[in-house]
Structures are given as C-alpha cells and as structure tokens.
Design a protein. Structure first.
Length: 98
C-alpha cells in the first residue's frame, strides 16, 4: 500500500513537471497539484515525516519505505528533497502559465 501511494505521488510530481515543460496546466496537472498540496500539509502536520508511518507501525511495518531502497541518510533526505522538487515544479508551472 505504502509503495503504491509513493508511486502515485512520484507520478504527481512528474505530471506537474510535464505540464511546466509544456507551459500549460490541464485538469490532470491541477489534480496532481492538489494531491501534492494535501500531501505537503500532511507531512508538515506529521513533523516532516511520512504521515503513514504511525499507521504502518501499528500493522507491524517498522521500516520506512525509502529505507527499503536507500541508505538511512539518503532515505531521511528523500522527503525534503522530493518536496523541493515538487515545489520547484509548481513554481515553474505557475511562471510558465500565468
């Protein structure tokens, strides 16, 4: 479940950047921006951590998703780095379309 959700959000980042490169925002890009905005709020509320962490720990999954594929230091940096990439895409899209 966590992996699938992560893939969806990575896809949202890609959609925003694709729209930025094209210089036009369609409905899918707007939906991706909305999903990323909601995710951003949830990460901030969770103190910079994945908001699904407590739920996953309750069901016995103690390893954060990014630690399955990255070293611990890189895994800890993944969420802030992806946040910057997403924000940069949104800002680029705004400048290209407004």
């Amino acid at each position: 479940m966590h992996g699938a959700i992560s893939i969806v959000f990575l896809g949202c980042i890609a959609l925003v950047w694709l729209a930025a490169v094209r210089g036009r925002a369609d409905g899918l890009a707007v939906a991706a921006l909305a999903a990323l905005g909601l995710e951003c709020v949830l990460v901030v509320v969770a103190g910079g951590n994945c908001p699904l962490g407590p739920v996953l720990r309750r069901i016995g999954d103690d390893t954060p998703l990014f630690e399955l594929v990255l070293p611990p230091r890189a895994a800890k940096a993944a969420i802030p780095v992806l946040g910057v990439v997403a924000i940069a895409g949104a800002v680029t899209l705004a400048f290209r379309t407004l």
